[in-house]
Design a protein around this ligand. Structure first.
Ligand code: GLA
Length: 417
């Protein structure tokens, strides 16, 4: 697949002519800092070279025609800007539609419909943010193509501090609109990590993001002779969304209890020491373990970034292993598939650390593996996984890439199928 193939596929489906433009948004892998983002904590994701591509052209009417090369059987899915009813759509188009809906909700009135072709090479439902990728992708397309450049919206944040023109919308604003779409249109109460990482990623860097105020630093991924290896469990993430929302509300309950002892706005305002001083206010063991995970994970994330800056890959990996154990035992979002991948990784030579990444309940692990041990790692983990789980895992050596951007549809840029 390359950019020209995409353009040809678009023309095949929707015909020639007009101003046809192309866009890309990556997937992301989170290195550490899991379930901290809706608790005002730190996360440390990076963008991938795998991602989602969009080719789009304006229409003269308000129709939206969407076609995905990944779901060819679905054909062209037709709708209109006037019929974005929440909760009705349950296929891939709910992500772009959700973002269009969110633009209008925020006051950025869309002036026309679009013909849209999409292609992605992020394995679906793998926890590498294929949905956030599609949301941010739609956001950058709308910002770029909407001709009513002077329209004013209320900005992407919920606290409204004056109106902003669509021109002034930053990538971070687009990430926030994507999150708003996911929360209010799709119905998953996710934090900001995925959309932010997808929008703001930088080649060969990870983003150390403080989700409390969205301040961030790019940290070079100097891994020496190590690489990031992603293992996809290929487990279907059924019920993941409802369990995700359940974890979020458990954290809110724990916070409410802790707030009776200390004036805090979110769980991650507590240090580990603060937490241990007042944790007896949480009598329920489940809520206690949820809060413990979040607060210790936040501390681990800060320490992991320091370790990486000091080129201490061993320490970084140790913190990843601790993160996995905490997600397994205290936050309970792993499952036998992810545990098998992470535990077997721990037995392999040349592995600094391994953990589940993203929301869990299936999806992927991320491991830091020495270059010359990658083949044996894949063989060993892959065969134990197949034997124990009954189907195979897929492995990817991660390329760390840039955030969402426009692409030149005439360029011969090749990417994986
Ligand atoms: C999903 C969500 C993120 C974050 C992670 C867990 O990827 O979309 O906001 O909460 O799970 O860290």
């Amino acid at each position: 697949m390359d950019n020209k193939n995409l353009l040809n596929a678009f023309v095949d489906k929707f015909g020639e002519g007009g101003d046809i433009r192309g866009y890309f948004a990556p997937g992301r892998v989170n290195l550490i800092g899991e379930y901290t983002d809706f608790n005002g904590g730190y996360v440390f994701p990076c963008g991938l070279t795998m991602g989602t591509y969009m080719v789009a052209r304006k229409r003269a009417d308000r129709k939206i025609n969407m076609y995905s090369l990944n779901f060819e059987k679905d054909g062209v899915i037709q709708s209109s800007l006037d019929e974005f009813v929440k909760g009705l759509v349950k296929n891939w188009t709910m992500y772009p539609k959700g973002v269009m809906w969110a633009f209008e909700e925020k006051g950025y009135q869309l002036d026309c419909g679009y013909d849209i072709l999409v292609y992605g090479n992020i394995p679906n439902g793998s926890g590498l943010s294929s949905s956030a990728s599609l949301e941010v992708l739609t956001g950058i397309m709308l910002k770029d193509m909407n001709s009513k450049k002077d329209i004013k919206g209320m900005g992407s944040r919920n606290h409204i501090d004056g109106e902003n023109g669509i021109e002034e919308m930053s990538l971070a604003d687009i990430a926030l609109i994507g999150q708003y779409a996911e929360n209010k249109y799709v119905g998953v109460n996710c934090g900001i990590m995925d959309q932010f990482a997808v929008a703001m990623a930088k080649k060969d860097y990870a983003i150390f993001l403080d989700t409390n105020n969205l301040s961030y630093k790019y940290v070079p991924l100097n891994l020496g002779n190590y690489k990031i290896v992603i293992a996809s469990s290929n487990k279907k993430r059924s019920l993941a969304d409802s369990k995700y929302n359940e974890r979020r509300s458990e954290c809110e309950k724990a916070l409410a209890l802790l707030q009776t002892r200390k004036s805090i706005g979110c769980l991650c305002e507590l240090t580990v020491a603060d937490f241990n001083e007042i944790k007896d206010v949480i009598e329920d063991d489940v809520l206690l373990r949820r809060a413990k995970h979040v607060i210790y994970e936040n501390e681990r994330t800060k320490n992991a970034v320091t370790a990486l800056k000091n080129n201490d890959i061993e320490e970084f990996g140790k913190l990843m292993n601790e993160s996995h154990r905490s997600l397994r035992d205290d936050f309970e979002v792993t499952g036998i598939e992810l545990d098998t991948l992470a535990e077997e990784a721990g037995k392999c030579e040349g592995v600094a650390g391994s953990r589940m990444t993203g929301a869990g309940f299936g999806g992927c692990t991320v491991s830091i593996v020495k270059d010359d041990c990658i083949d044996s790692f894949i063989n060993q983990v892959g065969s134990v996984y197949q034997e124990k789980i009954g189907y195979c895992a897929d492995f990817y050596v991660a390329g760390v890439g840039d955030g969402a951007h426009k692409i030149d549809l005439d360029a011969e840029v090749h990417y994986d199928k």
